[in-house]
Design a protein around this ligand. Structure first.
Ligand code: CP
Ligand code: NVA
Length: 310
């Protein structure tokens, strides 16, 4: 059992540099095992419940496959079809489900929902995306960056677009791994102010650069990696048109990417909208690693499951 056994995985800020490096190393180990066809089934007899109050392709499938490969089972629970959708209190749901399940993954809206759930659950709770954070995705992004660049310390990462859950999770993770982070958002779409404060403290402590700007070119200049995400996240569908106007100057296209290092990587958590936040020639071009990145969701989530549930 690891020292992370029993821990929740809600926010990367809750983990030390050492914890994050161990999770990445374990991800590599489990990925190698899987690629060599070596069976590893420490979750035999265990069940992960997966509560989804928003849509998902990658998260649902990769968690389900992860549990299957580790010898356990995953159970899909839609918010709509459980009593959660009819208003059963979160503390009750968390305590009941903890009597059946060995771990619970939740994808929902407010971050306070997973926090409350975790407070009452007696099994590990994994954040599969909230409006505030997407820690599993950033761990997969870090693994991809590490594999492609051979290091993390000292790299420059640039996020262009909405100051959303992806940007917030990058804010708290980057300093802990010695990564210099620049974020360019339009005015009115900045990252969460409390997360920014947290990140500024972390960057000062770890001695990393942190730049928050409205200028995408300044942010991309000389960077090792460009990251973007959708302009309208799940739950913001009705703002789509307005956001298209406000974000037009923040599209990741060839002209913008030309300011990065020639060997820069392009990443996106997916799903992507070609012609909106990214052009097809960038996301389908030679610098893009989005499908390796998506694959890595599986490997890092196996590491999270093994570290917290075995
Ligand atoms: N990147 C990501 O979390 O994708 P899904 O919404 O498909 O799970
Ligand atoms: N920011 C996006 C990420 C999807 C994986 C959303 O929350 O919808």
């Amino acid at each position: 059992a690891s020292e992370l056994k029993g821990r929740d995985f809600l926010d990367l800020a809750d983990f030390t540099t050492e914890d994050l490096k161990k999770l990445l190393a374990l991800s590599v180990e489990l990925k190698e095992k899987h690629n060599k066809g070596i069976p590893y089934r420490p979750l035999e007899g265990k069940t992960l419940g997966m509560i989804f109050e928003k849509a998902s392709t990658r998260t649902r499938v990769s968690f389900e496959v992860a549990m299957n490969q580790l010898g356990g089972q995953a159970m899909f629970l839609s918010g709509r079809d459980t009593q959660i959708g009819r208003g059963e209190p979160i503390p009750d749901t968390a305590r009941v489900l903890s009597r059946y399940l060995d771990g619970i993954m939740i994808r929902t809206f407010g971050h306070e929902i997973v926090s409350e759930f975790a407070r009452y659950a007696t099994v590990p709770v994994i954040n599969g995306l909230t409006d505030l954070h997407h820690p599993c995705q950033v761990l997969a992004d870090l693994l991809t960056l590490w594999e492609k660049k051979g290091k993390l310390q000292g790299l420059h990462v640039t996020y262009v677009g909405d100051g959303n859950n992806m940007a917030n999770s990058w804010l708290v993770a980057a300093p802990k791994l010695g990564i210099n982070l620049r974020i360019a958002t339009p005015a009115g779409y900045e990252c969460d102010p409390q997360v920014v404060e947290q990140a500024q403290r972390l960057a000062a402590y770890h001695g990393t650069e942190l730049l928050l700007t409205y200028d995408p070119i300044e942010a991309v200049k000389g960077t090792d990696m460009i990251y973007t995400d959708v302009w309208a996240s799940m739950g913001q569908e009705e703002e789509q048109r307005l956001r298209e106007e406000h974000f037009a100057a923040y599209q990741v296209n060839k002209e913008l990417a030309a300011h990065a290092k020639p060997d820069h990587l392009f990443m996106h958590c997916l799903p992507a909208h070609r012609g909106e936040e990214v052009t097809a020639d960038v996301i389908d071009g030679p610098n893009s690693v989005v499908f390796d990145e998506a694959e890595n969701r599986l490997h890092v989530q196996k590491a999270i499951i093994v570290a917290t549930m075995v």
